[in-house]
Write a protein that binds this ligand. Structure first.
Ligand code: PMP
Length: 282
């Protein structure tokens, strides 16, 4: 199995990073996860543009273009014979003696990437999952896809301990996003999703869904909604690269709507499936 270390495709067992890598010590870096269907990356441009943008937001200079990154990843996918799964890619700010302030321009970022085989979450996409509600204790730059995920993993762990799949975070009354997903609700035929501000990661799946809504006459409002709106919604779903569109059918032990996946969620799932087929179909 091959991985990427700083532009080179090498055996995984040969890939080593330094103990003073800033990603390891400070969580100082940015990352992306891209799905692979039929051996082809889905929405790769969008993901890689966002990666470069996350880098710019923390003044981490990524010395590659989207095209170069895409080509590197495509080679790794091919070499590993990956048909269905994900690629993970991250840039840390590099290796230098531990010091909070950034190192000088002579220190290059460290790039690592690997592939993983994973199936699509067919069962949960059909039957839905349970979620808990949890206060969003993260920082105020959730728009950056940073390696610092403590707030997210603590929320996810709480969900797991409660026998749930996702933790839906809220700041006071306002619902922000899941621990590793965006959240949308449907009420009286309109889809509501938190606007793309500093309080959420603007998911690539979320953007695709919004585009699908606009093109297919599904009423869409990118406006914040409350915990009460959430619990009172007709349909709720989470979206992410790995979960795609997964219905949330129970929150804090209470069923959403009639407790099963709803018609708008199903419609969006079908249209999303078409988008995958269009871009990655064999
Ligand atoms: N919000 C957070 C906090 C996430 O970790 C993710 C998953 N990367 C998302 C939203 C969804 O983003 P995407 O659709 O680009 O995977």
């Amino acid at each position: 199995e091959y991985v990427i270390l700083n532009g080179d495709l090498i055996e995984r067992s040969e890939a080593k990073v330094d103990i003073e890598d800033r990603g390891y010590q400070f969580g100082d870096g940015v990352y992306e996860v891209i799905r692979v269907y039929n051996g082809k990356m889905f929405t790769a441009d969008e993901h890689l543009e966002r990666l470069l943008e996350s880098g710019r937001k923390i003044e981490l200079d990524i010395p590659y273009s989207v095209g170069q990154l895409k080509q590197m990843l495509a080679e790794m996918i091919k070499r590993n014979n990956l048909e269905l799964g994900i690629v993970y890619m991250q840039f840390s700010r590099g290796t230098s003696p531990r010091n909070h302030a950034y190192p000088g321009a002579d220190v290059a970022p460290v790039l690592t990437a690997y592939t993983r085989e994973t199936s699509r979450p067919v069962e949960s996409m059909r039957n839905g999952v349970k979620a808990i509600l949890i206060e969003d204790i993260r920082w105020l730059r959730c728009d950056i896809k940073s390696l610092n995920l403590l707030g997210n993993i603590m929320a996810k762990q709480k969900a797991a301990q409660s026998g749930c799949f996702e933790a839906i975070q809220h700041r006071g009354d306002t619902v922000t996003e899941g621990s590793s997903s965006n959240i949308a609700i449907v009420k009286d035929g309109t889809l509501y999703t938190h606007p793309a501000t500093n309080l959420i990661l603007n998911g690539i799946t979320r953007r695709k869904i919004n585009e699908i809504c606009r093109e297919n006459g599904v009423a869409l409002e990118e406006s914040a909604f409350t915990k009460d709106d959430l619990l009172d919604a007709d349909e709720v779903f989470m979206s992410s690269t790995s979960a795609e569109i997964t219905p949330i059918t129970e929150i804090e032990g209470k069923p959403i709507g009639n407790g099963s996946s709803g018609p708008i969620t199903n419609k969006l799932q079908n249209l999303f499936e078409e988008a995958i087929e269009k871009e990655c179909g064999s």
